[in-house]
Design a protein around this ligand. Structure first.
Ligand SMILES: Nc1ncnc2c1ncn2[C@@H]1O[C@H](COP(=O)(O)OP(=O)(O)OP(=O)(O)O)[C@@H](O)[C@H]1O
Length: 373
């Protein structure tokens, strides 16, 4: 059992080889991971990856085919959901329509027959943190969407379970509110030392708040790492494409042993193999793709650029823009400063030059796995 970072205590949560099948659909296959105490871990993955199923199994709302769920080191396989001391927070939590904000938040403690003074103290503290003091006396129908979501969060957070499971808790909110509330969740988690396991298909969200990201794909854990590591060194091609917008550039290449160069046939371009990948590319020879993030390419004059083509599109993204350069049968997405856009003309010749070649990655075309240096 993993006891890292827990001072010898077992981790808050550990999944061991958890599998789940719905009829002929293998929703989860041998899922393994650990969630340490007072951490914010995000399960990231596309729709249908198995995020909700994983959370439901931990909460005891779904039974795994195989494998073990350990909470604080105890196998809870036979435990009822209410005995597990975990709180699950869904998107769009329904509030009691006939109860005030205060009574909605207080309800879990009222059910537990906590003393009234304690309840008042807790509700007021939570309302202050979530900045919803002004809606405590009001019915849900008079609250905005964001206020309702905060009251619902307050109701979940008023309990103090050993683990909070959050299933896309912010997805119904508008972009501004989502960013505000996720920062608040992060702050509360840190201040109170809560342990959060949150599922989201939004890599921006994962990057913004996670200590650790569990990348889930087709019911399997593909990678468990810090968000920046998932971005810089994705375990496979699918993860590389899933995290990062504009998407990573991928080019099929062939390594030339004589020169130590990589030829990208589709673009008719030859690049020096970056030093950190040379051995892996040499060993592979062909059947690999080079992965270059758009921010690691620059627009240059066509004369001395390794790739020269035509500027075919510019997409503004606020302070940054994405320039697309067609070079023969290949397209290069290049992230540029939007202030440089006025100096560019569509359909004109332009060069593309890799910068930070030490950040290039390469994937095996057959397996999709990243080639290890
Ligand atoms: N009760 C069920 N009966 C049959 N199949 C199910 C059931 N629940 C989930 N599945 C299937 O299991 C797989 C994983 O679903 P799950 O809801 O866990 O994915 P998810 O990653 O949470 O997706 P989303 O981001 O869309 O919520 C999917 O193929 C889904 O169709």
């Amino acid at each position: 059992m993993t006891t890292a970072n827990t001072g010898g205590r077992p981790p808050v949560l550990r999944l061991e080889a958890v599998s789940k099948r719905f009829r002929d659909n293998q929703a989860l296959g041998e899922v393994d991971f650990t969630v340490p105490d007072a951490s914010l871990t995000v399960i990231l993955g596309p729709a249908g990856a198995g995020k909700t199923t994983t959370l439901r199994i931990i909460a005891g709302l779904e039974t795994p085919e195989q494998g073990r769920v350990l909470l604080g080191g105890q196998d809870v396989g036979q435990w009822e959901p209410r005995d597990r001391n975990v709180a699950m927070i869904f998107d769009n939590l329904a509030l009691y329509p006939n109860k005030s904000g205060y009574d909605n938040i207080a309800s879990p403690l009222v059910i537990r027959r906590e003393p009234e003074g304690t309840i008042r103290e807790r509700v007021e503290a939570i309302a202050k943190t979530l900045q919803i003091g002004h809606v405590l006396g009001r019915l849900p129908k008079t609250m905005s969407g964001g206020e309702k979501q905060r009251v619902a969060l307050g109701r979940a957070l008023i309990r103090t379970p050993q683990l909070f499971l959050l299933d896309e808790p912010l997805s119904s909110l508008d972009a501004k509110l989502r960013i505000e509330l996720r920062a608040e969740l992060r702050r509360m988690q840190r201040e109170q030392g809560y342990t959060f396991l949150m599922a989201t298909p939004d890599y921006h969200e994962a990057m913004a708040i996670a200590d650790t990201v569990i990348m889930l794909s087709k019911g399997r854990v593909v990678q468990v790492d810090a968000p920046q590591t998932i971005y810089d060194l994705p375990a496979d091609r699918e993860t590389a494409c899933f995290v990062g917008a504009p998407q990573i550039n991928l080019f099929e290449g062939v390594y030339d042993e004589g020169t130590g160069n990589v030829r990208i046939a589709a673009a008719g371009v030859t690049l020096a193999a970056p030093a950190h990948l040379a051995a892996a590319l040499k060993a592979k020879g062909r059947g690999f793709e080079l992965g270059i993030r758009p921010e690691n390419l620059a627009l240059t004059s066509p004369e001395d650029a390794p790739a020269a083509g035509e500027l075919v599109d510019i997409e503004p993204l606020g302070p940054k823009s994405v320039a697309t350069v067609r070079v023969k049968d290949a397209e290069f997405r290049v992230l540029i400063d939007s202030r440089d856009v006025p100096g560019l003309a569509l359909n004109e010749p332009i060069g593309v030059t890799p910068v930070h070649t030490e950040r290039m990655v390469a994937f095996d075309i057959e397996t999709g796995l990243r080639l290890r240096a």
